[in-house]
Every structure is written in structure tokens, then in C-alpha cells.
Design a protein around this ligand. Sequence first.
Ligand code: ARG
Ligand code: ZN
Length: 890
Amino acid sequence: MRTDTPQAIYRKDYTPPSYWVNTVEMGFDLDPDLTRVATRMTLSRNIGSRGKSLVLYGESLELVQLRMNGKEVGKRGYTLGNGVLEIFNVPAEVTLDIETALRPNQNTSLMGLYTSNGNFFTQCEAEGFRKITFFPDRPDVMATYKVMLRADKDKYPVLLSNGNLIEEGDLGDGRHYAVWEDPFKKPSYLFALVAGQLVCQEETYKLQSGREVLLQVWVEEGNLDKTQHAMDSLKNSIRWDEERFGLELDLDRFMIVAVGDFNMGAMENKGLNIFNTKFVLANPRIATDADYAGIESVVGHEYFHNWTGNRVTCRDWFQLSLKEGLTVFRDQEFSADLIGTDSGRAVKRIEDVRVLRQAQFPEDAGPMAHPVRPDSYVEINNFYTVTIYEKGSEVVRMYQTLLGRDGFRKGMDLYFQRHDGQAVTCDDFRAAMADAGGRDLSQFELWYSQAGTPRVKVETRYDEVAQSYMITLTQSCPPTPGQPNKLPFHIPVAVGLLDSGGRDMPLVLDSVEGGDDRSVAPTTMVLELTEPSQTFHFRNVREEPVPSVLRNFSAPVILDIEYTDAQLAFLMANDSDAFNRWEAGQRLAMRRMLALTEAVKNGEALDRNADENALGAAFRATLTDNALDPAFCELALTLPSESVVAEQMDVVHPQAIHQVRRFLRRALASALRFQWEVAYQSNRTPGAYSPDPVSAGKRGLKNLALSYIVELDDGDAHKLAQSQYDNANNMTDRIAALSALVNSNAPGKDAALASFYEDFKQEALVVDKWFSLQAMARHTDVAAVRELMNHPAFSLRNPNRARSLIFSFCNGNPAQFHAPDGSGYEFWADQVIALNTINPQVAARLARSLDRWRKYAPELQDRMRAALQRVAATKSLSKDVHEVISKSLA
Ligand code: ARG
Ligand code: ZN
């Protein structure tokens, strides 16, 4: 907790450390009340640093002893304050011995060393290692680590750390020890230890090179029946990185450990990944298809960090996207490759873009907007954002779009060739791509330095006489905090042209020589937009085409393009690019939703029998097309979410949007009831549950059909949902049925909710689902959420539980959260303030829920500002929350 105003740190101020650390040896005496840590490190002075002091960071620590080359450092030899230990007159080569004491049981921040359900865990990224010992805790300081853990043998039978186990044994007096050595140099944020009562599933796995490695998934006893999917995902990840990028696992042993109290998804500590249980534990009884997919991608993500993050790491935290954007890109490609089919890849792409639009576009348009490589931060933990991760991934994807898959691979190879074992920058990555591809990518740098979502406007002209077609692309980017004016980006825009039969036309650009040979003309072309405005001329265009622009979402931009309803329906039915087929349907739906929302705002009644013609016809065509992949259908038949619609409006009216979305869903349900019933019946997946993409896709469409049918809220619909609930043999079907019931007026809904809790109260992850489902249900108001907080199973201390109820309500139930009386905002402020003292990181995430307060009607704005100001005025606000709130109010 601070007392002063937190200071920003600037990228331009980066200076190399005055000392490098070569080796680190640590001894832990683990005790939940008071753990002692003895650290010995050898350091060498950096060139040009003569006369400079040695700066070590430490937080919430007691300094027990400090020795330099064996001699106690006197009071005049150092200063200690504000989390900095500065030592003076340090020789060029030095051995430092530091002893610290800390209190894991009292550590509710879940950073550094903490306990969870009686076991010890660590989380050191970004700056948690300084809560364990005083250290140059910055990612450019890389050292080798040897760690001895000592603890009570009965209470902590398992002792794990990074690397290889080189020794273990008894200490007498009921205690034992283990020594771990990590042969690879690493920054302190990749340090980890785990100790406690855990069991593992293990397998030996043969790498392509023939070398055998030991794979382990560690969990609490009783969860061993839920580790198989994580283990399979790990093996798939290892194989994929060998095949796609030629990257091999470099350790003899790779461990994943699940912990129930965790701030984020998971952490890539070298050889000892620590995971939120949510991304490890699965069996058909407790996990949904989405959970299975999430586990696969997070296991992949953390594993892929071993090369992109660990072997090559970040010079400083401004470069965070260097590892995160790249690793998200890699996990997205991994999941897509595992599905294997073209339509499966498209489905994955659509899902990823949905996340980007739902979460990153709003961030990029709000007060916390920041570049993929930020220029400053107050609290680095606030920068583990969708911009760093998801937009960062889009930036990496654009290299692949510009250079081709082979060119991208060459760039990756060069990146590792140049930088293995180093801590580097986003510029180094871009240079590797540019040099390997023989391309000038200097303008591309703007994707890293400029925040905001660019807009690309499309205008077209067909000249029948000349048989030519012109596409004019014009780009702009709105101002963002600290960046009023933007330079033009280098934007790859993939286009295709459809003829009147819906087929792709061969594309011949006027500027391309000898492009007349139609047999080799491509049907998708990447236009490179680098100027504010550019016109591209296509020739030999036999008839006026319908353009398909930004295929596969080739750049993270907003596309302004005018289509008629008929053209959108045509694209939805014919575009060879599945992403744009989906996109056309979403545009059609969005247009209708915005028009209806306008009507509601003007006090017009929505006609219950309105014939949803254009949209209804398009939906009917999709729903009845048996050739379509069910997973694709599910996405195509899902209306844009309330928050995505909100993003399109100048003044957001959450209740109007909610009303319209429901109205449209009902209209589509009643117009297509028979087709929904058919889809429901024909996408059943009888037999044993399997989470494979085909079965999951069928369940997805079936459960979407169920949700539409239950919108009609009649006896037959209720019966269908109730019977699915009663007979489900897997969590996907069970929770879908429960959600349908709870969002209806079905007579059995309360009984179903109660029985669900009884059946699953031993399964923390399912209890999270139970809270979350209620938090997002349409009848749940602020009072009901406050009531749920009194449930014995609720706790603010556990991040998953806090997220399941409070975040789900504030972020996932906009119509209730934005209650006109402001009660939602008061609730929000209460919880931010309560969480602030328990866990600043989690509190700061929740603090982001009022980010876009300036987009609402003035009466709501006033109430939101009051809530923000109440939080701002709170005593001992963490710098995490302080940064978010002050930027929101700025
Ligand atoms: N590097 C981790 C990942 O991407 C995220 C850890 C972030 N943790 C934090 N406390 N900020 O998988
Ligand atoms: Zn990551």
C-alpha cells in the first residue's frame, strides 16, 4: 500500500542494469507463518557502471541479513526504503548473501510466495520475485538457479522447483529437502516453487529426436480423474512446436501444477508451469466443451512460452507483447491446426476475432487505451491486457500475412538464431522478420507504437467498358490518450471479388506485369495499404463484382463498407471465405439491431410479429443448409452480443439493447421454430461424451437451438430444456439446459438450480459456473447478487469465485448492472474497495468495468462518476487500482 502518488515508469528511461547476476543459490525453510529464504548470488559489474550502486528490489520482506563477499554490510553501506535496497561501493565481482523472512499465509495478493489450501505456490511475473528476496527483479537480468527446499515431510511431501531434481532426502526431525537445478539462464519472473500434498499423473514422452522426457500434471488428491486432457494437450503441444516451428523441449522434465487460488490463467515458469485449476481440470461431468478447448489452448500457450518468452525473453516490461502477442498467435495456430479442417480453422478464427472485438476494441477506444508496446505504465500488472495479448497476436499474424507462411517461419528461425538466450525488444523481432523476408517493415513499427483501432473505408467503382474495377481504401485512426494524431499504418487487406454466380473471380491487378494468364491468377489478394488513401485497379473484370474485403480478418481494423441487405445475404450464402460469410451475417444482424434500438430509444413499440425478413431469410438459409459445419452455423446464428452492439452506439442504452436482442431472438425463434427443432434433433450426440471439435460443434448448435426455442417460454420449450437437464451425461448439455431454464419462466428452474448446487458443491469449478450463470441471468438484479454474496460458498478471497459472481454481473449482465438508479455502480465500488485490500490485481481488473463510462447517457454518467470518485477517495488505494481509476477519470 502506498501513501504517495504512484509514479509512472517510461520506456525511454530504460538503462541496462549496473550489475549482472550470474548464479543464484537459494535455500527455503518453508513455513506458512514465517518462511526464511537464504539467497546467495554472484554478480558482475556491467561495463560502464563503475561507481554505480547495486539496486535490488524487495517488497513485504524482512531483511534478516546482508553480506557481501562473506562480510556483513554495515548500516552505512546500504539504504533500504520504498521497496529498493541500494548497496554502495560494490566490487566488480561480488558474492552477495541475503536472508529474508516472509509470511506466506498472510499473502492474499497471490504474488510472490503464498499458500492455497495449505500448499505453497509462487507467482513471480511480473514483479513477484521481489516478495521472496531482494533482487535485481527485472527481465534483462538472467541467471542460473539452484534451489534447496526444506519443509515438514508430512505436510509437504512434494517439493518442486524449476529444472531438474538433483537431490532429495531426510533432514530428521520430520523434515525433508529437495534440490532443484535449472541449467538455463532465466529472469527472476520465471522462478517457481511448489510444496505440499499433491499427486501427479505422469508419462514419459519420446521427442522427434528420440530423446525421452518426463511429463507430469500435479493436482490435489481427488482430482487425478481430471488430468488426462491436460496431459494430452501437453503432448499435442510438444509435437506441434516440433512440426510447425522446429522447436524442441529443452528439459528432461516438464511439470504442470494446478492451483485453486490464482490471479490469472497460468504461468510459464521454466519447466514448472503453474496453472489456475480452471485450465487443467476436466472430465465430462464437470467441464464443458469450452473448458476443454480453453485447457488445450492455455496448456499450449504456456508450453510455447518455453521458446517464445523463456529461451528468448523481454528486455523490459514494455516489450511484454514480444512474448505474449507471439505466444497467443502460436496457441491460436496450434488450436486451429489441431482441428485440421478448413471450416474448423475458420471457426477458430471467428472465435478469436470475436474476443478481439468484444474486449480489445473497447479497450482501444477507452481511457486505458495503450499501444501494443506501451510508452509508460504505473503498475505493470495492469498491462496484461487484451491489447498486449490479442492485438499483439494480430500484429504477429500480419507478419505471416505479409511474408507468407514460409517467410514467417524463416523470420522465426532467424529470431532464434540471433537471440537465443537473450532479453530483447519488439524491434528485434521485427528486424528478424524484415531481414528474413527481405522487406522494409519500418512503417509496420506503427502497429507497436500507436494505440487505437484503425478504420479502413472502402469505396469501389466498376467501369463496364474498360472491364476494370477500382477499390479505394482510406485509413484513419481516432485519437487515444496522449496520441492526438496518427500516422498511416501498413495494413494488409485481403480481398476477393465474387461474380453474380457467387464464384471467386480471378484477380489481376493493373500494376502487375503479365498478369493476364488467368489460369494462375489468385482469387484472394493481399492489398498493402500504406498511404492515407490508395486506389487499386483490377482489370479483366467481366461484370460488376461483390467485393469481399478483409478476408479472414487480415488486419485488426474496423472496416467501413456499404453493402445492401441483398449483398450481405449474397455474401453470407456464397463467399468462399468463411470468415466473411460469418461477417456478412453479423453486419446484417447489427444493422437490424441498431435500427431497432433507435426505435426503442424513440419510445416506439417493437412489433412482436414483425417479419424479420432479410435477417430471417438469411438465418433460415443457414439453418437449413445441411452442408454447413454445425460449429460454423452456431456462430453464424448467434446475434452480436449486447456489448458489441453497445460499441457501435454513440450513446449506449443498455436496457434498449437488451430488449432488442431479446425481441430479435424471439422473432427468429418463432419464425424458425420448426427449423430449430430439426436442428436440435439432428445435432444430438448420443453415446459417450467426447470433446472433439465435431461433437462439440454439434452440441453447440443443438444448445443454441434450445436457447432460441426456450425464448418462446411455452410448456413444450420448458419440457425440452427440463428433459435435457435431467438426462444430460455431460456438463456442456447440463449447463446449457440450466441456463435456458433460468433465463425463462419455467416452473422447474429454482428446483434445477438447487439440485445443480447439491450435485456439484464439492467441485469448486462447477460452483463457479453456478454463481456465474445466476450473475448473468436476465432476472438477476443487484439485490440478488448481494444476496448471493451471502451464500456460504462465496468468497472474495478466491479470484475464480470473485470473478464468477462479481465480474460476471458487472461485465456480463449490462441491462441489470446499468440499473438507472445507479445501484449497480454502488455495488461495483463496494467490491473494488473490498478487493483492493485483499488483492490489488483482481481489484484493478474489476475497476476496469467502468472504463467506458463516458459512452452512456448523462444521468448514468453522473452516477458512474460518483462511484469512480468514491473509489478514488479511498484511503490506501493500491497503485493498481489507483492507475485504473485515475486514468478513467482523466
Ligand atoms: N505470462 C502469463 C501468461 O501469459 C501471465 C502471467 C501474468 N501474471 C501477472 N500477475 N500479471 O500466460
Ligand atoms: Zn503468456
